[in-house]
Write a protein that binds this ligand. Structure first.
Ligand SMILES: [Zn+2]
Length: 207
């Protein structure tokens, strides 16, 4: 039981740090979109230094076919879970809502509203929350676009289609600006899965 609690602590404390520290690798920081090259060694060695059970310095050991942080003092193994983030393609009058990011990575670039899902939060609710926080818009999910992941990244993206049902468009948390773009006239999108998401959204919403 204590190892389970320890693992939870590791995940709660450790995950945001990996993500923030994966600079230059298109990771999400505070719940933003991912498109990263999360090299295993970087994830495992650099960011979780101490055992959550006994405080001893962690080393790394091959366990069940993967190099995992391991405590030689108490035998504690850190199993690294993925992170879940939601991305929302919001339609308003035939246009898509993009936010101009005010945080790294991709600061200054336009991207779909997105963010991390909290533990215990329904993914759909988290998606709606992130859109409200970033754009001021109240949205209703009206379609499921897909799930996107990559072996080089700890982040799994769950992508929805949504329509605006209220609120006022205003740049919110960690956003420089928010604007509407015709789907055929989007600026270059910065993240790995953006192109595929957009394609899948077009297929989904095709009349
Ligand atoms: Zn230990």
């Amino acid at each position: 039981m204590s190892s389970v609690i320890g693992l939870l602590i590791v995940l709660i404390i450790g995950l945001p740090q990996w993500v923030v520290n994966l600079t230059g690798q298109r990771e999400i920081s505070k719940g933003r979109m991912c498109s990263g090259t999360a090299i295993k060694g970087v994830l495992l060695k650099g960011k979780i230094n101490f055992c959550q059970e006994c405080g001893h310095t962690l080393s790394e050991r091959d366990i069940q076919g993967k190099a995992r942080p391991y405590c030689v003092n108490c035998g504690y193994i850190v199993y690294l879970d993925p992170k879940v983030a939601a991305v929302v393609l919001v339609s308003v009058d035939g246009k898509l809502v993009l936010v101009q990011r005010d945080i790294e990575p991709a600061i200054g670039e336009w991207a779909f509203p997105s963010g991390y899902i909290d533990r215990g939060e329904k993914v759909e609710a988290g998606a709606i929350r992130e859109v409200k926080e970033e754009t001021g818009l109240v949205v209703e999910i009206d379609g499921f676009v897909g799930v996107y992941s990559d072996i080089r990244s700890p982040v799994i993206l769950v992508v929805y289609s949504a329509r605006s049902v209220g609120g006022h468009m205003v740049a919110g948390d960690e956003v420089r600006d928010v604007a509407l773009f015709f789907p055929d006239e989007l600026p270059p999108l910065p993240f790995r899965h953006d192109k595929q998401m957009l394609h899948d959204w077009r297929v989904l919403t095709r009349d």
